[in-house]
Design a protein around this ligand. Sequence first.
Ligand code: FAD
Length: 395
Amino acid sequence: MERTLFEEDHEQFRDLAREFNQREVAPGYPAWEADHRMPRRLWKAAGEQGLLGLAVPEEFGGAGIPDYRYRVVLDEEFARANHLAVALAFHLHDDMVLPHLLAYGSQDLKERWLPQMVSGDKVTSVAWTEPGAGSDLRGIRTRAVRTGDGDWLLNGQKTFIGNGITGDAALVLARTDGGTGRGGSRSFSMFMVEKTTGYSTGRQLEKMGLNASDTAELFFDNVVVPAGNLVGEEGRGLEYAAGQLPQGRLAIAVASSAVARTVYEATAAYTAERGAFGARISDFQNTRFELADILTEIEVTESYVDSAVQAFNAGTLDAVSAAKAKLWASERAKSVTDRCLQLHGGYGYIMEYPVAQAFLAARLLTIFGGTSEIMREVIGRSITPPLPQHGKQNP
Ligand SMILES: Cc1cc2nc3c(=O)[nH]c(=O)nc-3n(C[C@H](O)[C@H](O)[C@H](O)COP(=O)(O)OP(=O)(O)OC[C@H]3O[C@@H](n4cnc5c(N)ncnc54)[C@H](O)[C@@H]3O)c2cc1C
């Protein structure tokens, strides 16, 4: 089925994104994978090209275009070029940090951070997960305590933080009610914590895929966070995180759908060229049935995800629909990359083949940004709300 999501302007933006991939990303990408990080000049180049922070209002240096379809185009082009680590790095900056600053940040925070995030001069990360708390953010132990002059003293540890090494600041969730044990809905606050204030990065974590983006531990040891770096109001961190989750989950659904489409197209082409038993691999009924199933799944997925994008643009994408989009699309990406790898035979296991890299990248999609099990919890609770005494609270 032909997609009707895009208009002429989006296709022009696609040309720009494709050209950016060829010029700025492709030449260095293999080296960045080996180095386990991408250079800062890539961020600057993306900023100059107008690829970062499109939704940021013009008064803060952005294009003032909240139309999410441009982000979809960008993700599709990163997937097509097999530059998924760049998509991940930009996602954290653009789909996670920016929306929180836009929605809840003070005028001062916006003036200090948004223009530099749009230009690519500053790179940001999201620091919510901890060694002991991922799905259950109420288990966060990083603490912020007010000092006498109104600033905050931050202590704790985060892990799995994308852009943690290369980033200039982290959007941190920390406990601020002084309590111990599992926190309540008003126990946590959100802070924009700048690297210059002295937090340290620990090990760069060795991932199974997406290696051109860095993922690290962060340590906060008596870090003084200025009062003005509190995002929004004290005690509302979890509420803010929950408020912006639909965008983060939609973004992962979009990337998942794009990965599945890209790998399917590569596999259809590969099996039409590769021969065995005097025929093409694509001539075997098993291959045709697999590709038929995969293409059908992809088109149905695109249809739901495109509707979710339109709902997001209209301001009506709810948390449950975003969870459905993320659950469905990421599970499809995992399954499609696995089946396409199988259709490549031994070459599918060789890293120089895009399907091998996509298979490893796709494995993350059902885990980060909320696991598939948590998505099912969110959806399930909308069907049968839990009884009060059984109410678990995963944000
Ligand atoms: C490469 C990578 C990049 C990441 N980037 C970031 C980042 O930039 N910033 C950040 O803050 N975090 C990041 N994360 C963290 C990611 O969001 C978490 O790993 C994820 O939310 C799961 O948390 P966890 O690892 O603690 O797993 P756990 O919460 O320990 O879950 C373990 C298993 O238990 C299941 N489970 C948990 N609770 C329930 C439940 N109620 N019902 C049923 N099953 C349940 C889970 O689904 C999972 O299968 C990243 C992770 C990875 C691997």
